[in-house]
Write a new protein. Structure first.
Length: 280
């Protein structure tokens, strides 16, 4: 905890590069802890988990967090960026619901890693027994993973950020004659059969150049279609389209780190509650 408090003098980002041997994933997992804020004894910090932590240098996360400090944000925040392994397509996904090719078959193990191994290690490392809130964010397949974990464990989280999420994740191939968006998109199905949790808030980002596929030939690329479809499921579940959900569609945004870097400051400001996101 002493290292965290010293940030009050330097007002800079301190990064801890750590690793733990995961029993659930049967591999060493690298993770970086960013300590950009100055918690007071009376204020428990919020915790942000981010999938694909190996991309945070390219994303420019340290500078983004530094700018957040400079802008006057006051909520204490600890950020943990979790590096993906070689079996990323197996560990990310929807827990207990692999896609039609069997991808995501280790997503349940990844979820157990988060709760039973990573979070206890972070609390011990920082001597912080309790966080005021926990948020989860991810990109592409990592975004699907973050959403699935938050949705399946609503009492653990308050907010989730899904950047170009792989919300197409489906039970059968789209070329199968019996394929139906309303029946076979896995995350949509999980939301449909899940339960409303009033405290959960959702942030979605897509780019107009995220992809070119348009499987139903409606003139809207699939990544946008799938995201809007998921948002509609949340509406039907009871979430307010303005109070509970933010949808940011970036003109000329692509399925890449540079696009997600543009959206990350908006997500953080929204999560902090500092200002309304400009979605135009």
């Amino acid at each position: 905890m002493k290292d965290i408090m010293c940030l009050e003098k330097t007002n800079t980002i301190k990064t801890l590069e750590l690793e733990l041997d995961s029993v659930h994933l049967n591999r060493p997992v690298k993770f970086d802890i960013y300590l950009p804020f100055r918690p007071s004894p009376a204020t428990d910090p919020a915790l942000l988990l981010i999938n694909d932590g190996q991309n945070m240098d390219e994303l420019g996360l340290s500078a983004i967090l530094e700018n957040l400090i400079s802008s006057g944000s006051t909520k204490p925040l600890v950020t943990v960026a979790i590096h993906a392994g070689e079996e990323r397509k197996s560990e990310y996904g929807t827990a207990g619901h692999p896609d039609y090719l069997g991808r995501g078959n280790k997503a349940r193990a990844y979820s157990l890693f988060i709760f039973e191994e990573l979070l206890p290690r972070v609390r011990k490392e920082l001597a912080i027994p309790h966080f005021s809130e926990k948020w989860f964010a991810g990109f592409s397949l990592g975004g699907l993973s973050a959403l699935d974990i938050v949705w399946a464990h609503p009492h653990e989280f308050t907010r989730v950020g899904v950047f170009s999420g792989s919300l197409w994740w489906r039970m059968i191939d789209q070329v199968d004659p019996g394929y139906d968006d309303d029946k076979h998109r896995i995350m949509h199905h999980l939301v449909r059969k899940g339960h409303y949790a009033s405290w959960l808030k959702f942030f979605f980002v897509t780019g107009t150049l995220d992809e070119t596929n348009d499987r139903n030939n409606n003139g809207i690329i699939d990544s946008i279609d799938d995201t809007l479809g998921l948002i509609n499921e949340l509406h039907l579940k009871g979430y307010h389209p303005e109070k509970d959900i933010v949808y940011l569609e970036l003109a000329d945004g692509r399925h890449d780190v540079a696009t997600w870097a543009k959206a990350m400051p908006e997500f953080l400001k929204w999560a902090m509650g500092d200002e309304k996101v400009n979605t135009t």
